[in-house]
Ligand binder design. Structure first.
Ligand SMILES: Nc1nc2c(ncn2[C@@H]2O[C@H](COP(=O)(O)OP(=O)(O)OP(=O)(O)O)[C@@H](O)[C@H]2O)c(=O)[nH]1
Ligand SMILES: [Mg+2]
Length: 476
């Protein structure tokens, strides 16, 4: 925390502008050594015939706190101009990190950005670690841990829904709910503790039934929040969907139809797709990673064999399998074998080529997949495409209407902490039921309190903090 840190805050590659960001004690000093404002005639430097002379930089006069100032960045030692920029300094504590911060907006060229960063580093800053700016914001109390985690979720969000969930977490919605639950638990905890420590004093005696009721109310709230956590995880991380089936049934045609572009090669030759193809689509706000796979069959072709192995890996990892069957051809042994290997997954069965005469009966499919959604599709006519999207959506939201205003837990770390709080409270309720002594019950209630505390970053270890921020990008 003592070091002054610096990083390129904008994405690598070509861009209109790029930003170098500096935070810490030395920020202003570093800027004053490399920044020069222009003189009256608009030049940063005047050639006096022998040397370039720069207008001396005066922090108090030439630049105002939080106001962008036009000028140049030069090399500290040789005075060579690096870029024409807008720069700003922001005094602590009203900054992102709550430290002194400098931002230099230069041209969005990686060369310019690197040169400026090198200069800044040579003057005593050190390269920031991923997420270190936000980590400082957290450690200096500007954000709690769940809000800090929302920052990277916003940056990475792939759909509006994911973005909205992250924004609501950043604005403290989750923190508020968690803090309220903790306050309720603390209330109980105080009561329990008083009864342990001063059992003989003239204080209101805690009734076991009352204790149980109060715990149950919190348990119910946790259950409600957790109900939607799977939905939240998918909104944040995306749903992985594998298109699976034997060769030539229309898997790649489906991939193309969902993407609305001819991404995968389609031919009438069985075994066309050799390698898995992954693309991203947005289904009503759900980010979906869609994988087209090689048709699964017995083969001696070594290339196809590798492709089929990859197909199997893809559907094993997938959250959902779209199992495509050629209904014009009828069910074959291959279909039945594949059906067997995906039987433990969530499956939507697609009876494809419905524009042709069907050789598959509903009863046959019903026998093979007693529990799966079955949709009749045609990649020729487009039949069923909207139904597939709706089935995927319904699967994620489980038939529920999306509640825009309730807290959505999107992060697995939060989910598992909520679960452990829940299980501690359930244990406490059970102990209260059998009238166990208060000092035993207190342990479970305290555990629940601490678990919830970890979500917002109270009572959290350095390891967890480091782990959270290591997943950030550089410069944030
Ligand atoms: N009539 C009709 N033909 C289709 C339909 N869907 C796909 N086809 C045709 O079926 C053939 C195979 O389609 P693909 O999409 O390449 O099949 P695939 O399952 O990816 O095949 P592999 O990559 O070999 O596993 C192509 O000639 C498609 O034009 C459909 O709904 N109706
Ligand atoms: Mg294919």
């Amino acid at each position: 925390m003592e070091d002054t840190i610096a990083a390129i805050a904008t994405a690598y590659g070509e861009g209109g502008i790029g930003i170098v960001r500096i935070s810490g004690e030395k920020s202003f000093d570093i800027l004053s050594r490399i920044f020069c404002t222009v003189n009256k005639s608009g030049n940063a430097a005047v050639n006096d015939g022998v040397n370039l002379k720069y207008k001396p930089f005066d922090f108090s006069k030439d630049m105002l706190n939080r106001k962008l100032t036009y000028g140049y960045i030069k090399k500290f030692d040789t005075d060579e101009i690096i870029d024409e920029v807008m720069a700003v300094y922001m005094k602590k504590p009203h900054t992102y990190t709550r430290e002194d911060v400098v931002e230099i907006d230069c041209h969005g060229s990686i060369i310019s950005l690197k040169k400026i960063l090198e200069e800044v580093i040579s003057l005593g800053a050190r390269l920031a670690e991923p997420g270190e700016f936000t980590k400082r914001a957290f450690l200096n109390g500007r954000l709690d841990l769940s809000q800090a985690e929302a920052v990277i979720d916003m940056i990475r969000a792939k759909t509006d829904t994911g973005y909205d969930a992250a924004l609501s977490q950043l604005s403290g919605e989750l923190s508020k709910s968690v803090s309220q639950l903790r306050a309720d638990i603390l209330d109980i905890l105080v009561n329990v503790t008083v009864n342990i420590e001063y059992p003989d004093e003239d204080i209101e005696e805690l009734q076991y039934s009352d204790l149980q009721n109060r715990i149950d109310i919190i348990v119910q709230k946790l259950v409600d929040i957790l109900k939607r956590a799977d939905e939240g995880r998918i909104i944040r991380e995306g749903l992985s969907v594998a298109i699976v089936g034997k060769p030539n049934v229309g898997k790649s045609s489906l991939m193309n139809a969902l993407l609305r572009e001819p991404r995968a090669i389609v031919t009438d030759i069985p075994g066309t797709t050799r390698d898995t193809i992954e693309e991203f689509i947005n289904i009503s706000g759900i980010p979906v990673r869609l994988t087209d796979t090689a048709g699964i069959r017995e083969t001696d072709n070594p290339v196809e064999k590798i492709g089929i192995q990859k197909s199997r890996l893809s559907f094993e990892k997938a959250d959902l399998v779209l199992f495509v069957i050629d209904r014009a051809e009828g069910l074959s042994g291959e279909d039945i074998e594949i059906a067997e290997s995906v039987k433990n997954k969530k499956v939507i069965v697609l009876l494809n080529k419905s524009d042709l005469t069907s050789c598959v009966t509903d009863a046959e499919i019903g026998n093979l997949f007693p529990n799966a959604d079955i949709i009749s599709t045609s990649m020729e006519s487009g039949e069923g495409i909207e139904k597939i999207k709706k089935a995927v959506y319904d699967m994620v939201f489980d038939g529920r209407i999306r509640q825009e205003n309730s807290v959505l837990v999107t992060n697995v770390r939060h989910k598992s902490l909520l679960e452990s709080a829940l299980s501690s409270l359930k244990d406490a309720a059970k102990l209260a039921e059998i009238k166990e002594s208060f000092d035993i019950i207190e342990i479970d209630i305290r555990n629940a309190y601490d678990s919830l505390g970890e979500i917002i970053g109270e009572s959290v270890s350095d390891d967890i903090i480091n782990e959270v921020f290591s997943r950030f990008c550089l410069g944030k």
